[in-house]
Design a protein around this ligand. Structure first.
Ligand SMILES: *Cc1c(COP(=O)(O)O)cnc(C)c1O
Length: 354
């Protein structure tokens, strides 16, 4: 039976978000997840919260908001939570843009941006990454027009892992008009080891047009529970709460996020292990002849161009799932040392095959 109700015509042309594939029995290095499961203390908080799921969650997630505000040394009105930071990206576009307003971002970057911008009836404007696969901030500043309402800077950038440094970012923020909101998407901040990559929270504190997005999905290992947060000026967090889909951060996620903050030291120690594996994996790939941009995230980028899909198929034949972007490159998440070894063997045999 075909429906008699017309859906939005423009959705037909909207690309779908492509999640990293899960292949039973294969090693998944496709979604930038951390390999470790929840700590016992976090599992305990999850099972406690599970006993109450006949009740609606706290709509404002105030216990979590207050806890984050204390952690960050900020007033609670500067913090907003959302169902994953991807939902906060969508809320930001909804909160800032009317129909046809421009949202500017680099490309290639997080593939959710163009999708949720179109869904919100805003207009996506992209600026290519530079030759080092890094945000070209001077070109982005030059691309701002009176129609620009919002700008995403993904730092470190997904999928290239590259990060912008303090001087370039400061120059950029000085150049962007004060009525344009600059959103620093810092989903991978906990993996940054380069001191020259600024902490967006410090910038948000001193600039009235900067917002920062962070998530519990990556370093904190709660991707399956969907919770992230924004730090922004109070007027922006108020608007984010207005466009919030009621109850979209569930009670189990709220409890798990608080328990993860309690276990912060242990979780950040895990991140340091990932970071040392990142160095080992990148060095091995360089030694095997690959081009690998310097990465500050929990993944590496292989700019393989036309060979991206072929590379991913080759890895899959070795039971490793990576994330290809056809015609452009392949993103590979850092896993456990054993998982990384299997991937590196596949990467070496791909080179030798040619
Ligand atoms: C993973 C990711 C997010 C958010 O993930 P959530 O699970 O929605 O919190 C946001 N931005 C970037 C760039 C990401 O890679």
């Amino acid at each position: 039976m075909s429906s008699t109700v017309p859906t939005r015509a423009d959705l037909a042309a909207l690309p779908s978000y492509v999640p990293g594939r899960t292949v039973p029995g294969a090693i998944k290095l496709a979604s930038n997840e951390v390999p470790g499961g929840p700590l016992p203390s976090v599992r305990e908080a999850i099972s406690q919260a599970a006993t109450q799921v006949n009740r609606y969650p706290d709509m404002g997630a105030w216990a979590l908001v207050d806890r984050l505000a204390t952690e960050l040394g900020l007033p609670a009105d500067r913090v907003a939570v959302g169902g994953g930071s991807v939902m906060l990206c969508q809320q930001l576009v909804q909160a800032m843009c009317g129909p046809g307003d421009d949202v500017l971002f680099a490309w290639r970057s997080f593939e959710a941006y163009p999708i949720l911008i179109q869904i919100a009836n805003a207009h996506a404007v992209t600026v290519p990454l530079d030759a080092t696969h890094t945000h070209d901030l001077d070109a982005m500043a030059a691309a701002v027009t009176p129609r620009t309402r919002l700008l995403f800077v993904c730092n470190p950038n997904n999928p290239t892992g590259t990060a912008v440094r303090r001087d370039a970012l400061t120059r950029f923020l000085d150049a962007v008009p004060p009525e344009v909101l600059v959103v620093l998407d810092e989903a991978y901040r906990e993996f940054v080891t380069d001191d020259e990559v600024p902490d967006g929270l410090a910038l948000a504190e001193e600039r009235p047009n900067v917002a920062v997005l962070r998530t519990f999905s990556k370093a904190y290992g709660l991707a399956g529970l969907r919770v992230g947060y924004a730090v922004a000026p109070p007027e922006v967090t108020t608007a984010l709460r207005k466009v919030y889909v009621p109850f979209s951060v569930n009670a189990v996620a709220q409890a798990a996020a608080i328990a993860s903050l309690d276990a912060k030291d242990e979780l950040l120690a895990r991140c340091r292990d990932i970071v040392s594996e990142r160095t080992r994996v990148r060095d091995a790939l360089l030694a095997a002849g690959y081009v690998v941009p310097e990465t500050q995230a929990n993944f590496v980028w292989l700019p393989l161009g036309d060979r991206a899909t072929e590379f991913a198929e080759h890895a899959l034949a070795s039971k490793v799932v990576v994330r290809p972007f056809a015609g452009d490159g392949v993103r590979v998440t850092i896993g456990t040392p054993e998982e990384n070894d299997v991937f590196l063997d596949a990467a070496r045999s791909f080179q030798q095959r040619e």
